[in-house]
Design a protein around this ligand. Structure first.
Ligand code: SF4
Ligand code: SF4
Length: 306
């Protein structure tokens, strides 16, 4: 290992250790919602980065730290009710910052990663588009889907959390690069789409091509949807399974659920998605190739004809 690589590695380890301490600090906050025995393990990320990516990595680290350090700016007695006008203003602001879709749900412990905690039980879920050309031209070892999207999206998430605070609400942001919760499941609960067999959120707007972040908030009257209209995607996935067949690392495993081998588990040690920019299961997903509405109407028609 070269001298520079050695310094980089030591610095990164020290920074990661600081971040881990900050994560743990939320567990001690009064009223925090903590993981439980059914909570998932956090996805192991060991991204290989070039020296050129170092400034972006540092910025991501700084903004992850800010998600915790900014908690001291929460109002002492945060408001718990937001008007419809405020929710509309928030959504307009988020969309003007490049956020693609916004959903709302309540947090349950089984979406919180093991040993993690969140400050509020109400959550705003945000998505940001991944460039289609970059996804389709990506292959393991290349880094077209580089870290800048995480950095930019993390900053926007923090800005929106600050906006909530400025308006008297409590906020706890969760960075897209190192979240506190399993994002695709959280976004599914928020009605934004459905978690496909590739473990990615599939949405009508972007198929599997988005990153996700979240803001936990004191607002108790968020417009939470009671139904998820995307549930049919689970049945479609059961007839497709393309991502399982295409994954070069066999990192997607089918697992038994109460009604058969319909669920999947991503083996993080094998997956090259986070570590080496693999997008094979994303770019080969039919929802990345065709419009959601076209797939849906064909699938429904096929089943009506059977
Ligand atoms: S490739 Fe097929 S099985 Fe995999 S997530 Fe996409 S639709 Fe579902
Ligand atoms: S990102 Fe690549 S390695 Fe990981 S599950 Fe998808 S296809 Fe497999």
């Amino acid at each position: 290992m070269s001298f520079i690589e050695n310094v980089k590695s030591k610095y990164t380890a020290k920074r990661m250790n600081n971040i881990k301490q900050l994560y743990m600090s939320v567990n001690n906050e009064r009223g925090a919602i903590k993981s439980n025995s059914s909570s998932p393990e956090i996805f192991a990320v060991n991204k290989k980065t070039s020296l050129r990516s170092l400034p972006t990595m540092l910025s991501i680290g700084k903004n992850i730290e800010y998600t915790f350090k900014s908690l001291k700016n929460n109002p002492e007695f945060p408001k718990i009710t937001a008007s419809n006008d405020f929710i509309n203003e928030f959504e307009d602001r988020a969309k003007s910052m490049g956020i693609k879709s916004i959903g709302y749900t309540n947090v349950i412990p089984k979406v919180i990663f093991q040993d993690k905690a969140v400050l509020y039980g109400n959550v705003i879920v945000l998505t940001k588009e991944l460039d289609k050309n970059a996804v389709n031209n990506e292959f393991p070892g290349k880094t077209a889907i580089d870290l800048r999207i995480y950095d930019e999206f993390g900053k926007k998430t923090n800005e929106l959390a600050d906006y909530l605070r400025e308006n008297g609400f409590g906020a706890h942001a969760s960075h897209p690069a190192m979240g506190l919760v399993t994002y695709p499941t959280l976004a599914q609960h928020a009605g934004l789409g459905w978690r496909g067999k590739n473990n990615l959120l599939i949405t009508p707007e972007l198929g599997p091509r988005q990153k996700i972040s979240a803001i936990f908030t004191s607002i108790e009257n968020l417009p939470v949807k009671s139904e998820n209209e995307h549930e049919w995607v689970a049945d479609y996935c059961n007839t497709c399974k393309k991502c399982l067949k295409k994954c070069p690392e066999k990192a997607i495993l089918e697992i038994e659920s109460h009604n058969g081998p319909n669920g999947t588990k991503l083996v993080s040690e094998l997956c090259k998605g986070c570590n080496e920019s693999c997008t094979i299961c994303m770019k080969n997903c039919p929802f990345n190739i065709r419009e959601y509405t076209v797939i849906k109407s064909r699938f429904k028609r096929y089943h009506q004809e059977q």
